[in-house]
Design a protein. Structure first.
Length: 180
C-alpha cells in the first residue's frame, strides 16, 4: 500500500512539474515576455514607418518606373525616407512575377532618389487614384504640409505593416500590394 501511495505521489509530482513547463517562456520572466510581445506588436502595427514630415511628387522616378515593360503608368510620391509608387499594370501580367517587379521598381526609384530606404508599391485602383490626386495637387503647388495628415492616413491604411526586421538589419524593405 505504501509503495502504491509513493508511486502515485511521485507520478503526481512529475505531472505537476511537467505541466508547469507547457508554456515556452524562453528562459525569461512573464513580465519580460510581455514586454517583448508588446514590442513585437508595436513593430507589426507600427504606424511610425509612415509618419512622414516631407512630401513631394517625383516625375523622374515615375518615368523610370513606367519604363518597365509590365507597367503601363506609374506615379511616385517621395517622403522623408519612403517612396510610395502607384502603378497601373499591363493587361495579362502574371501574379507570380510581383516579387521581381517590385524589386525592379525599388531599384528604379532608388536610382533617382538614393536616400529612399523603403519602397511601397500598389496596383490597387483606389490607391492609384489617390496617389494620382496627391501628385496632381503637389504639381499645382499645393503646400505639402496641408496634404501630409491625409497622406499619412492613406499610406498607413494601404500598408498597415511597416518594414519587417530581417537578419540584415540594413536591408531596405519593399512592399507590393495588388488590387485583388
Amino acid at each position: 500500500m505504501r509503495r502504491r501511495y509513493a508511486k502515485a505521489m511521485l507520478a503526481a509530482t512529475v505531472a505537476m512539474a511537467a505541466s508547469a513547463c507547457t508554456e515556452h517562456s524562453g528562459g525569461v520572466s512573464p513580465e519580460t515576455w510581455t514586454l517583448r510581445r508588446n514590442a513585437d506588436m508595436r513593430r507589426v502595427y507600427d504606424s511610425e514607418s509612415h509618419a512622414n514630415t516631407r512630401l513631394f511628387h517625383s516625375p523622374e522616378a515615375a518615368r523610370k518606373v513606367a519604363e518597365e515593360r509590365e507597367v503601363r503608368m506609374a506615379n511616385v510620391v517621395v517622403t522623408d525616407r519612403n517612396a510610395y509608387v502607384a502603378v497601373v499594370l499591363e493587361r495579362g501580367f502574371p501574379h507570380a512575377d510581383f516579387g521581381r517587379l517590385s524589386e525592379r521598381i525599388a531599384e528604379d526609384v532608388r536610382t533617382v532618389h538614393p536616400h529612399v530606404r523603403n519602397v511601397y508599391a500598389s496596383a490597387d485602383r483606389a490607391f492609384v487614384r489617390r496617389i494620382n490626386a496627391y501628385s496632381r495637387e503637389l504639381s499645382l503647388g499645393v503646400p505639402p504640409e496641408s496634404l501630409l495628415p491625409s497622406f499619412n492616413d492613406l499610406v498607413t491604411r494601404a500598408f498597415p505593416v511597416g518594414p519587417l526586421e530581417t537578419p540584415l538589419a540594413d536591408r531596405p524593405e519593399i512592399r507590393f500590394r495588388t488590387g485583388e
